[in-house]
Design a protein around this ligand. Structure first.
Ligand code: HEC
Length: 102
């Protein structure tokens, strides 16, 4: 009984942390080449995405996808993603904690 109680308490302590971190999107690999796996840019000229507002990231990605933001590089990178994939990517980057710049 005691073990069960301790296990339950541990789960309760871990669950909220898990809930905040979204699953790693399948399409993250390409994005990571420029924006980093955790949203800190890897190349000059690419913006950091870590911790940006979810609604902002979602809107920006939608704008690249449909051409309202006419940036060939990002349009090619985002490609014809579904709304669900776009949402996953925005959630992932929004949930990252910005690292201190060296
Ligand atoms: C080849 C490099 C490259 C790749 C790959 C790439 N990006 Fe970008 N991304 C950029 C650059 C450069 C910009 C700035 C474009 C501009 O001026 O609007 C940008 C802009 C963005 C922005 C807008 C940020 C802001 O503050 O407005 C988002 C969001 C974004 N990228 C997400 C992604 C996602 C998600 C992927 C993967 C599907 C991806 N990018 C792949 C280079 C890249």
């Amino acid at each position: 009984m005691r073990t069960v109680l301790i296990a339950a308490l541990c789960l309760a302590a871990v669950a909220p942390v898990r809930a905040e971190m979204p699953a790693r999107p399948a399409r993250l690999g390409l994005c990571a080449a420029c924006h980093g796996e955790h949203g800190m840019a890897q190349i000059p000229g690419a913006p950091n995405l870590a911790g940006q507002r979810l609604d902002y990231l979602r809107a920006a990605l939608g704008q690249y996808r449909d051409g309202r933001r006419d940036v060939a590089l990002m349009k090619a990178a985002i490609g014809p993603v579904s709304d669900a994939e776009l949402d996953q990517l925005a959630r992932w980057y929004s949930a990252q904690t910005p690292a201190v710049q060296p």
